[in-house]
Design a protein around this ligand. Structure first.
Ligand code: BTN
Length: 262
């Protein structure tokens, strides 16, 4: 018999959310958030949480593998509530990855957690968390932040392609964690960094992001719109763009994804 992974009453009392919708099983928490985002009257931030997600989406056309024990949720937020206007949305993803790293470090002090621009979270060289940020066009200001974190799902049961690149907290720490505690830590850290982003901007987060950037000094290939750019990573600039030293000189990339790391 499996026990419920979350203490919903405890999560409901978190000051970081206004409302929770909890599903024993759902296709995708972000799809559900997109559905809800069209409604007028909503108490935001709204947390959509699943014990089991069966059809998780990743960035682009990727799927998100989520076995029992993984933490999958989406936060539907009103970005204006945090003071995060649309010009700051590109750095919202960086801020989110950074906050998750910091939450993980609180859970596992001294752990090897880093960010892979723009917003993947890595643990000891392997991906541990994916972030999907979407903004439904009909509702300006509403943003959906979908987060998948490998917690108590050992990668030993994952498909080989996932197993080769990813890890989970249980694999890294060799002990199971309280899922509610992990979630509450994440929510608090996100709240803190998002409020700071709204009130002050990305500036106070730049140095912390740079310190955690796993791409520094590595030769990488980045896909940005129609372009594929190869170069040595020099970190991020103050605006959150990725800086590469390429054959043609220094290039700043405002948006894109890293497709390979040498
Ligand atoms: C990525 O790394 O490509 C992003 C993965 C995001 C996965 C999460 S799991 C919760 C939420 N619901 C989804 O369908 N996707 C996100």
């Amino acid at each position: 018999m499996s026990s419920a992974p979350f203490d919903i009453a405890r999560i409901r009392s978190s000051p970081s959310i206004a409302e929770i919708e909890h599903h024993a099983q759902i296709g995708s928490t972000s799809d559900r958030a997109l559905e809800l985002a069209r409604q007028d009257e909503l108490n935001l931030p709204l947390l959509i949480l699943a014990d089991q997600q069966t059809g998780g989406r990743g960035r682009g056309s990727n799927q998100w593998w989520a076995a029992t024990g993984s933490l999958t949720f989406s936060l539907l937020i009103d970005s204006q509530q945090f003071g995060i206007g649309s010009p700051k949305w590109p750095v919202l993803s960086l801020s989110t990855g950074l906050a998750i790293c910091e939450a993980l470090e609180q859970i596992a002090p001294g752990g090897d957690f880093g960010v892979k621009w723009p917003n993947d979270v890595y643990c000891a060289g392997r991906k541990i968390c994916g972030i999907l940020i979407e903004s439904p066009s009909a509702w300006r200001g509403r943003v959906i932040v979908g987060i998948g974190l490998n917690v108590n799902n050992s990668l030993t049961s994952a498909p080989p392609d996932v197993q080769a690149l990813a890890t989970s907290l249980i694999d890294y720490l060799e002990r199971p964690l309280d899922m509610t505690g992990v979630l509450l830590n994440l929510l608090a850290a996100l709240q803190l960094r998002w409020r700071e982003l709204g009130a002050v901007g990305f500036e106070p987060q730049v140095a912390d992001f740079r310190r955690r950037c796993i791409l520094d000094g590595r030769t990488i290939r980045v896909s940005s719109g129609p372009r594929l750019i190869t170069g040595r990573c020099l970190g991020i600039d103050d605006q959150g763009s990725l800086v590469l030293q390429t054959e043609r000189g220094r290039e700043e990339i405002a948006s894109g994804s890293v497709v390979s790391i040498q």
